[in-house]
Write a protein that binds this ligand. Structure first.
Ligand code: AMP
Length: 190
């Protein structure tokens, strides 16, 4: 199985690149942010809970997020592989994902990290907020909070995969197609 973690701060381009990667490699795309937003739209209990964190730019608690992710993985028993987008975002989530995949006799193949500096992220998120209507992309205070949470809670996930020799940093600034080609070079490298 090819199991990719697409990593990077909010606004790094994970969603855009995931869409291109699933087309090329026929993987199942699991974006925890997208799943939360679908639950919010559907008015589920999970959606109501998630919204209370997302609206503040905070992370949804690990036990909720890990449980939801495990359910999604279990729904796709015949997948050729997965792209995890926006997950794991904490060390506890990374460890839980390793355990879950190991129970299935598989593992994360690599982490591909889109690297974009903070000023560029803020610009991109405000533009996305106007285009998509996502409330958490429209308020500079919430955007700053998400970036701070990323630096404090999510950056250790990089160290987790570096320790396993699976971390690959990719320049996330430039043409979408060029960034995609860099990702593919890493994936296709024997
Ligand atoms: P995203 O679409 O990936 O930017 O996620 C939007 C929001 O959903 C985040 O700011 C968090 O509040 C929440 N979220 C998404 N993925 C996770 C995760 N793996 N752990 C905790 N919260 C998450």
């Amino acid at each position: 199985m090819l199991n990719l973690v697409l990593f990077g701060p909010p606004g790094a381009g994970k969603g855009t690149q995931s869409a291109k990667l699933i087309d090329k490699y026929h993987l199942v795309h699991l974006s925890t942010g997208d799943i939360f937003r679908a639950n919010i739209k559907g008015g589920t209990e999970l959606g109501v809970l998630a919204k209370s964190y997302i609206d503040k730019g905070q992370l949804v608690p690990d036990e909720v997020t890990i449980g939801m992710l495990a359910d999604e993985v279990n729904k796709s028993a015949d997948a050729k592989g997965f792209i995890f987008d926006g997950f794991p975002r904490t060390s506890a989530q990374a460890q839980a994902l390793d355990n879950l995949l190991s129970e299935k006799g598989t593992a994360i193949s690599m982490m591909l990290a889109l690297e974009v500096e903070e000023e560029e992220l803020k610009k991109r998120l405000l533009i996305r907020g106007k285009d998509s209507g996502r409330p958490d992309d429209q308020d500079p205070t919430i955007i700053q909070n998400r970036i701070n949470v990323y630096n404090a809670e999510t950056m250790p996930v990089k160290t987790f995969y570096e320790g396993q020799g699976k971390y690959h940093g990719i320049n996330g600034i430039g043409e979408i197609e060029d960034i995609f080609n860099s990702l593919c070079e890493h994936i296709d490298r024997p």
